[in-house]
Design a protein around this ligand. Sequence first.
Ligand SMILES: Nc1ncnc2c1ncn2[C@@H]1O[C@H](COP(=O)(O)OP(=O)(O)O)[C@@H](O)[C@H]1O
Ligand SMILES: O=C(CO)[C@@H](O)[C@H](O)COP(=O)(O)O
Length: 515
Amino acid sequence: MAEHAGRRCCLGWDFSTQQVKVVAVDAELNVFYEDSVHFDRDLLEFGTQGGVHVHEDGLTVTSPVLMWVQALDIILEKMKASGFDFSQVLALSGAGQQHGSVYWKAGASQVLASLSPDLLLHEQLQPSRTLLRVPPSGISPWDVMPPGDAGKACFSISDCPVWMDSSTTAQCRQLEATVGGAQALSCLTGSRAYERFTGNQIAKLYQQNPEAYSHTERISLVSSFAASLFLGSHSPIDYSDGSGMNLLRIQDKVWSQACLGACAPHLEEKLGLPVPSCSVVGAISSYFVQRYGFPPGCKVVAFTGDNPASLAGMRLEEGDIAVSLGTSDTLFLWLQEPTPTLEGHIFCNPVDPQHYMALLCFKNGSLMREKIRDELASSSWSEFSKALQSTEMGNCGNLGFYFDVMEITPEIIGRHRFSAENHECLRRRFWPPEEHLTTETSCRPCSWNRCALFRGCEVSPKSQISCCPNPRSVSGKRPSEFIRGICIVKINYVLFSKRSTRPSSSGMPYLSRGS
Ligand SMILES: Nc1ncnc2c1ncn2[C@@H]1O[C@H](COP(=O)(O)OP(=O)(O)O)[C@@H](O)[C@H]1O
Ligand SMILES: O=C(CO)[C@@H](O)[C@H](O)COP(=O)(O)O
């Protein structure tokens, strides 16, 4: 019997950009099981790169909804095969990449409520697609699925817009104009209109594909979609992830009628009522009880966005700033009073509904670092780290910005390098490769610092910068390398804070948790 049998536990799930991950945590908070399915590597048939499809316009970015479902099927089957004792799971919850949306077709709720334990989830939620594929067992799905059920697809669109999408500028301007401008929208919803925010994505879908919109019974975020799979019914959107839609009034936690009306008709009924992020949304569906042996009383706690989940999971306190390096790089902190501006985001706090969190998101994160690693460090993270260690901290004042895709904060594209004397270095050959790596990892903290202060964050002598492996990362394949990569950023951050002569940041004692 596997060593993880018979241990009472909770499961935590993460549906992020590049993978689905799971951890099992026991009563002493020990993680004793973890696993992941990587979309590009493990689900080749979907043909994603970095978990997404970038469309021809270079702006539209989507992920196949069925890929997420199939990834969940694969992990659960692996857990079962390894002898994981599902009967000991008391509760589960999870996180999803923020802003992405899933469109459930009319009739989906019946399918969710009557899933057969003899079939995998993806075989039942989009059977018409399954029929196109040869099942590994060689048995035709027609043998197990009544022909009448074929084509009962649960999704109005198969490719879901995700957070990397930036195709909704027109819808953003419309929404801002409706509520009295960008600042007015920010005061109401915590953010000016951002292309990736779900309200603007819904408006685009309604305008470009009204038929699909009208056939949609429910719109979920990636987080509430994942919770719905476990619940066997539509799970509500939580306040914290709901704040990433440009639709939720962050002060009173209800949908803004003005914003809903500006995006699409009948939207409130398709979204359902939002709930506090710590809500128990129900018990696990009978499908999981019968197929995997979960106890019928296993609680499903509302899923939330991956960044809010990280704020909760890292037990941030006021004055702490967390930096998370994943597909996106984010900086977030706990706030008591929101001060919405035109830069960055204020979300409802996932732990205390009276409080808030501030977040900055950068698109040129790990995928950008991977490119630099491939170009200059023989595609090896250890080479990358070695080169970094060989350069002087602060890179003698040389600074580089690497934005191969249009950045979110600030809106800029291109690679730009400046010497200590503030001259732009147009020709790469003037810099040795190690210096590119150093600037790639160090320029971002300057931007974090500036933006965090913009958000009204009070940095006191007690404040801590927690630079750690992405707290959502549980794939665990290379934990030590990962930690090394992130630590370098920590050191550079400290260096830049000390060297800065700007009054906003000079002399501030940044301490890392570990030191
Ligand atoms: N040793 C390392 N140093 C820096 N980055 C790494 C290292 N190992 C993996 N990564 C990066 O981590 C990214 C995955 O981070 P993760 O937070 O798990 O992604 P997601 O956004 O899907 O949750 C990959 O894109 C990879 O480039
Ligand atoms: O857009 C944002 C936050 O506003 C991103 O941080 C997404 O939440 C994607 O998360 P990862 O997959 O990079 O973890």
